[in-house]
Ligand binder design. Sequence first.
Ligand code: ZN
Length: 198
Amino acid sequence: MAHLPNFIQKLIAELDKLPGIGPKTAARLAFDLLHRKEDMRDFAQALTEAYNQIHLCPKCFNLSDAGLCNICSNPNRDQQLICVVAHNQDIEAVEKTGKFHGTYHLLNGLLSPLEGVTPDRLKISELEKRIKDDKVKEIILALDQSLEGEATQTYLSKDLKKFPVKVSQLARGIPMGANIEYTDEITLSSALENRKEI
Ligand SMILES: [Zn+2]
C-alpha cells in the first residue's frame, strides 16, 4: 500500500478500525468510495453530522440527540422496570418485539477479564444509582449467551442482591453463543415473557 497517496492510506487505515472489517475489505471500500465522489461527500457529511450531534442519554447511556433519550423521556415507559443490555443494537432487538414497556440501561460492553474489561469499566455504579433513585422494582438481564455474557450476569446477580429489587434473566431458548442482536423477535419475545428470577 506504500505506493498509494497518503490520504488513501489514511482512509483505508480508518476503515480497517471498524468491527468485522479486515485490511482487504477496508481497501475495497476505500477504492469504491473514491470512485463515487458524490456518495463520498454524503458519507463524509453524515459522519460529521453524527460526530457533532452524538450525545449519550445521562440516564441509560443510549444514543440520543440531546438530554434524555426518547425512551427515558417517554412518560408511558415504566422507570421502575429496567432491561440491562450490553450494546445499542440489543435495545433495537428488544424494542422490535414490542413486548417491553420499561426502560433500558446500557452497560457499554460485557465483563471480559482477558481483555481487561472489569466491572468498573461498565456502567454498573450508574445502574445502582438508578435502582436507588427511581426505586426500581425489577431488573431484567438481557445479555448475550456467551462466556462474557454469563460472567456479567453472574456478577450482576450477586452484586444487585444488596438492593430490594427483583433480578431476572431471559428464559432459555436463546441458543448458547447467540447474541441478543441476532435473536429473532419471536424467540426474544418469549424469552422476555418467560424470564426467570435469579
Ligand atoms: Zn435514556
